[in-house]
Design a protein around this ligand. Structure first.
Ligand SMILES: [Zn+2]
Length: 273
């Protein structure tokens, strides 16, 4: 006697991530799945296309289940994508070990996003020479959210928290990340080295005077230095430009909270209790 197939409903953008080869999902993200082996729902989801990092909730016959759930014949499963606000500092059924803080590991395919996140003050590991394996290991070891365009990287079991980057425009990528993880202002703008990710330290002007161009020497008095690479930073016109762009993004995303100091900044969030 043949077993009844399971029916999987991939909601939202998860439907766009389904493989389009045989037998193929229908246009609404429904997959009729013959249960021929004992497999976890996580393995089945990833074999069909979407990385586990994109899944926000799984319901089997209306009951919320974890990634280890074994699919049963005849079962009807709803798979919903990550939805904002996604709080990585709280445990959930899918991700019982929360992160202790907000920190990112950005893949080589999204370098400009890494620079933007560092500009806002977020701890962001980025090394474009790292392959998938060391990047996944780094994220696991240091508790970082992996941001990548590469589904293969996000399917690795070492990667617990991640987000698939689905646009090529860096400011759109930043907007998506701020929105998903609900990262509201105030930010610690210009507090990190854009090259090293290391927090900057103030440095007396007199100490670095000899390294400044005449106009910089004339017009600026506040300087910071990267203790790692020794690069010098000062609040030039690009700061105002960047601040305006960030304020606009926050106005669009968080409406009344842009510019207000009502919510905790990225480094001030309390760990879950
Ligand atoms: Zn540096």
């Amino acid at each position: 006697m043949s077993k009844r197939p399971a029916i999987l409903h991939f909601h939202g953008y998860l439907a766009d991530l389904l493989r389009r080869d045989e037998p193929g999902p229908d246009a609404r993200g429904m997959v009729i799945y013959p249960v021929t082996r004992r497999a976890s729902i996580k393995d089945i989801i990833e074999a069909l296309g979407p990385p586990h990092t994109e899944i926000g909730r799984i319901e089997a016959d209306g009951r919320e289940v974890g990634f280890g759930h074994l699919l049963e014949p005849g079962e009807e499963v709803d798979l919903r994508p990550l939805a904002a606000p996604f709080n990585v500092l709280r445990p959930s059924l899918l991700r019982p070990e929360p992160l202790p803080r907000i920190a990112f590991a950005v893949d080589a395919n999204a370098g400009q996003l890494a620079t933007l996140l560092r500009t806002l003050g977020f701890d962001t590991a980025y090394d474009r020479t790292l392959d998938d394996t060391p990047l996944a290991e780094l994220a696991a070891r240091e508790g970082r959210i992996v941001l990548s365009k590469d589904r293969g990287l996000l399917k690795r079991s070492l990667v617990v928290f991640g987000c698939l980057i689905r646009t090529d425009k860096p400011h759109e990528q930043l907007r998506a990340i701020l929105r998903l993880f609900d990262l509201r202002p105030p930010y610690h703008l210009f507090s990190r080295c854009l090259l090293c990710n290391v927090p900057l330290e103030p440095v007396p002007k007199a100490e670095i005077m000899h390294r400044l161009l005449p106009l910089t020497r004339q017009h600026y008095s506040d300087f910071h230095r990267c203790p790692s690479c020794d690069k010098i930073y000062w609040p030039g016109s690009h700061h105002d430009h960047m601040r305006e762009r960030i304020e606009k993004i926050c106005r669009d995303l968080f409406m009344d909270s842009a510019g207000s100091n009502t919510s905790p900044g990225p480094d001030k969030r309390n760990p879950p209790v």
